[in-house]
Design a protein around this ligand. Structure first.
Ligand code: MN
Length: 251
């Protein structure tokens, strides 16, 4: 039975990043690409519930969906694919996904959906924008996936991999990391429509706040590949005592 890999992303099925990732995966088994028909960066884990979703095939053989990254993986795994994939990979994203970016990222969300469905999943992002050193990211993706096949984790894991935008010779190594922290995001930018209506562009992410040793920021700054294991549980057990006491004193 072939090893089956589902490839998705959030930049859209036409992105150079997903073409490179799909090509990089071919040596490992049977590759299927199911990705959004439009750039859905920032879609996070959203599902489309107000209309049906099509899965169409482009001339490249890639499939595209009129939905979000999460839709793509959800539809592929639970209905479209004949066989359950053994691995879900997402990317290669046009730009890094570190710290709080991971909450908004559609690249991470596509991988997270695979993970939620019980499949080992990896998100790949290339730092900076513009795919300057896409070959480096391809090489890294192949090494990581080779490692996952050669020595799988005891149970499926979700990995967030960020690759520094440097030539392969300049890569310093691979670092297991935790998420850094950003300051609050930049405010929206007010613009005016041609008809005089005030409108707003969502602004830039917040500046770096916590980028100490061990963080994803730190690894990238040191030209290392950052590999952050992610979990899905948003529960805050550290807050439970205080909230329980507060509940006791509800008026
Ligand atoms: Mn993106």
């Amino acid at each position: 039975m072939p090893f089956r890999i589902l490839v998705s992303n959030d930049d859209g099925y036409f992105s150079p990043g997903i073409a490179a990732l799909a090509e990089a995966m071919r040596g490992f088994g049977e590759v299927t690409v199911v990705a959004p028909e439009a750039d859905r960066s920032g879609a996070s884990n959203s599902l489309t519930l107000d209309r049906p979703l099509y899965v169409r095939e482009s001339s490249s053989g890639f499939h595209y969906v009129n939905g979000t990254p999460t839709d793509c993986v959800h539809v592929a795994v639970t209905g479209f694919l004949q066989h359950r994939p053994d691995l879900v990979v997402s990317g290669i994203n046009n730009g890094q996904n570190v710290a709080e970016d991971t909450l908004y990222s559609g690249t991470v969300a596509a991988a997270m959906e695979g993970f939620l469905l019980g499949i080992p999943s990896v998100a790949f992002s290339l730092a900076d924008r513009g795919f300057g050193q896409l070959d480096t990211a391809v090489y890294v993706a192949q090494r990581v996936v080779a490692g996952l096949i050669q020595r799988p984790f005891a149970s499926p894991r979700l990995l967030n991999v960020n690759i520094p935008n440097v030539p392969l010779e300049a890569l310093k190594g691979y670092r297991m990391t935790r998420l850094g922290r950003r300051h609050v995001a930049q405010p929206v930018v007010r613009v005016e429509s041609p008809r005089g209506e005030p409108m707003f562009w969502v602004g830039a992410p917040g500046a770096i706040k916590e980028a100490g040793p061990g963080t994803d920021f730190h690894a990238l700054q040191n030209q290392e590949v950052s590999i952050t294991p992610l979990r899905v549980d948003l529960g805050d057990s550290a807050a439970s005592d205080e909230v329980a006491a507060w509940l006791e004193s509800l008026p």
